[in-house]
Design a protein around this ligand. Structure first.
Ligand code: BDR
Ligand code: CA
Length: 307
């Protein structure tokens, strides 16, 4: 039986490839795609999610969610994703968003779910937090929460913080207090999913589908990461989806995680206790290593399943 998931995203170049990976994978039953403002504003992330879903031919409903964090101001990341969120790659417009807002939809799905649902968050996870803050008992219907979020070391948005965690640290704190097991694909993990021009050339040579081509065009627009040596750009968000498909590609470590919610330069930092120094029992699972060749092979194989 496919595993039911809700995918919360902010496309976003790497979100686009994560969406493709999820929708190409028969192991997953994507019940809803929920969208937040993040890499670019909600108007664009929503339009992008609708266009990407339509390109795959999927009829999964797409819901608009939060356009800003619980506290603080919205800040985009156009340096990586371009002003339109997809690096200037123009796709045919998608359909209309489903009626209703993301947090209501997440609660409705969890209330009615015959089996626990996995929440996959690859954006500032305001939508999940709003849903769980208003009906916390629904956590009993969550099997686990898988996030691309955080770092145990240096951040990418600030020296201390990763972009998704910084974009709504209070939301992440809500999830950490929810009692669910949270799986973290951090920056250290996603650095091992470094898409080089050679990877993209191999993908392009492997097929001619419109989604494969769009994936290569979108990822090809991303500037090579200075932080990671200038040889490629990390496929952050697909790592969270890949964990659900091929956990054998990863090594993991249980850890307690807390948030820096202060106003200073550490704000948004995920404090990850990898060595048990705090004495707090581990309630998260940190993905530590990735079989990079296996990951890129999985991506290539799944992208070729799409039209
Ligand atoms: C995360 O931030 C966004 O820019 C990406 O889409 C990814 O979800 C990486 O820090
Ligand atoms: Ca994202």
């Amino acid at each position: 039986m496919p595993r039911p998931i809700i995918l919360d995203c902010d496309p976003g170049t790497d979100d686009a490839l994560a969406l493709f990976l999820a929708l190409a994978s028969p192991e997953l039953d994507v019940l809803a795609v929920t969208v937040a403002g993040g890499n670019v504003g909600l108007d664009r992330t929503l339009a992008n999610a609708l266009a990407l879903v339509a390109l795959t031919g999927s009829s999964v409903p797409v819901f608009a969610g939060a356009d800003r964090p619980i506290l603080g101001a919205f800040k985009s990341e156009t340096r990586v994703h371009g002003d339109d969120g997809l690096g200037g790659v123009v796709l045919p417009p998608g359909g209309d968003p489903a009626p209703g807002v993301a947090a209501d939809t997440i609660r409705a799905i969890l209330r009615a779910a015959p089996e626990p649902v996995t929440l996959v968050g690859i954006a500032p996870i305001t939508n999940f937090a709003l849903a769980l803050m208003t009906e916390p008992h629904l956590i009993d219907n969550v099997s686990e929460i898988v996030l691309m979020s955080g770092a145990w070391g240096e951040g990418n948005a600030t020296p201390a913080a990763e972009f998704n965690a910084l974009s709504d640290p209070e939301a992440l704190a809500v999830l950490l207090a929810s009692g669910a097991r949270i799986v973290f694909a951090t920056l250290e993990l996603t650095a091992q999913a470094l898409a080089t021009p050679a990877h993209l050339a191999a993908w392009r040579a492997s097929g001619t589908g419109r989604c494969l081509t769009a994936a290569c065009d979108i990822q090809g627009s991303v500037p090579l990461s200075r932080r990671l040596g200038g040889t490629g750009a990390p496929l952050h968000d697909p790592c969270a989806v890949a964990w659900l498909l091929r956990p054998d590609l990863f090594t993991t470590r249980p850890a307690a995680v807390s948030m820096d919610l202060g106003p200073g330069p550490g704000r948004g930092r995920t404090v990850i206790d990898r060595w048990g120094r705090t004495g707090v029992p581990p309630h998260a699972l940190v993905l530590e290593t990735l079989d990079s060749a296996g990951f890129f092979g999985l991506m290539q194989e799944r992208l070729n399943r799409l039209p």
